[in-house]
Design a protein around this ligand. Structure first.
Ligand SMILES: [Zn+2]
Length: 49
């Protein structure tokens, strides 16, 4: 389980849905892969672009 704080999300003006840019999504996937590789059980991170 990974908790990433301060993730920059965009809110849709039409439906107020939160969406992540492709760049942010890729970054999160990388962070997740690293945590899996390190066998981290719980990790709390600050998002850094
Ligand atoms: Zn929308």
């Amino acid at each position: 389980m990974i908790i990433i704080k301060n993730v920059p999300a965009m809110v849709c003006e039409n439906c107020s849905e939160y969406t992540l840019s492709e760049k942010v999504t890729v970054k999160i996937m990388q962070i997740a892969d690293e945590s899996v590789a390190k066998r981290v059980e719980i990790e709390v991170l600050q998002f850094a672009a």
